[in-house]
Design a protein around this ligand. Structure first.
Ligand SMILES: [Zn+2]
Length: 325
């Protein structure tokens, strides 16, 4: 598949009975193609009549960033999954996608966004906040989001992204003189708004599914099974809904630690979800100061190539929130 860069190819199936409006995205990051493969398989089953949509609207977007997909890289001009908003005067390629994508997302109730990741590890899902009426990310559909994520076939579930991201932005700004702020990639809490955050802002709910390592042959199957499970759970196909995951591992991101200097270095090559205990040495600053874990938990999204002034790794611990199905 070599999609055109100048258009987005949406497949839409309308059940003849009313039901949820469900959209599935693949390749928001162009080198993450397991979702595209899972989507293609579901589309082929629908075309062949092997799978019948009965209720609601299913929209499949197998390649959300066609330029990045053609280039086999994460992004075209910038990360589509940050600062996502419809802009009347787009400045770059991803802005032009967002101008089309945002109204499409807003016309749906539920989003499943399919990704994959760089390092070896098991598939996991990310969800939004509990119900709240705060200013950063007010939300009222946590119960529906939880019920969905528990049926997607993964055990590890992570929350807390936008909170921690916004707090990291505040700390980054507080320690950086105004004249130096241009060197920071991310000085605006809005920068943390991707597909799922945009969906929640527009009244929907959304799950990010990280299907496995980019090249893991099991990742397309994970993506496919998740779409099928979601369709059954949402009552859009005539199939028994899947049982919820009995023993989810539910983690909350609690802190982001920035790299401050080019000679700041990790204690060892970390992988996401490596366990940490309180006081354990995670890294060393360029002047020899140790960076110690403040908690019993896990390191998440370590990036040994982080630019100084920007996010280096996240810390997570068991979430105190109860996940009910
Ligand atoms: Zn991704």
């Amino acid at each position: 598949m070599t999609p055109s860069e100048t258009s987005l190819r949406l497949h839409q199936f309308q059940g003849l009975e009313p039901g949820p409006r469900f959209i599935v995205l693949g390749a928001v990051h162009g080198n993450e193609t397991s979702g595209s493969q899972g989507i293609a398989r579901v589309a082929a089953e629908l075309d062949a009549g092997a799978l019948e949509l009965v209720r609601g609207t299913l929209t499949l977007l197998p390649v959300t960033n066609p330029r990045a997909y053609r280039l086999r890289q994460r992004q075209g001009d910038r990360n589509l999954n940050r600062n996502l908003r419809p802009d009347a005067t787009p400045l770059d390629y991803e802005d032009r996608i967002a101008r089309v994508l945002c109204p499409v997302l807003a016309a749906h109730d539920v989003l499943l966004d399919l990704h994959s990741f760089q390092s070896v590890g098991q598939a996991f899902a990310m969800i939004g906040p509990p119900d709240n009426d705060g200013s950063l990310q007010p939300f009222a559909r946590a119960a529906e989001e939880q019920a969905l994520v528990l049926r997607l076939g993964v055990r590890r579930i992570v929350e807390g992204w936008l909170d921690v991201y916004a707090r990291g932005v505040q700390e980054r700004l507080a320690r950086t003189p105004v004249a130096d702020r241009a060197g920071l990639l991310s000085t605006d809490p809005e920068y943390g708004v991707g597909t799922t955050e945009y969906m929640r802002r527009r009244g929907g709910y959304a799950v990010t599914l990280e299907c496995g390592q980019h090249e893991d042959p099991a990742a397309p199957e994970t993506a496919y099974q998740a779409i099928r499970a979601a369709l059954a759970h949402l009552g859009m196909v005539e199939q028994a809904p899947p049982a919820p995951c009995a023993e989810p591992e539910f983690l909350r991101l609690v802190e982001v630690v920035d790299r401050l200097h080019a000679q700041d270095r990790f204690e060892r090559p970390w992988a996401s979800y490596d366990p940490l205990h309180t006081g354990q040495r995670v890294a060393t600053r360029h002047d020899g100061t140790p960076v110690l874990s403040p908690l019993d938990g896990y390191i998440v999204f370590p990036n040994e190539r982080a630019q100084p002034g920007n996010e280096w790794f996240y810390l997570a611990r068991s979430s105190p929130r109860r996940l009910t199905a």
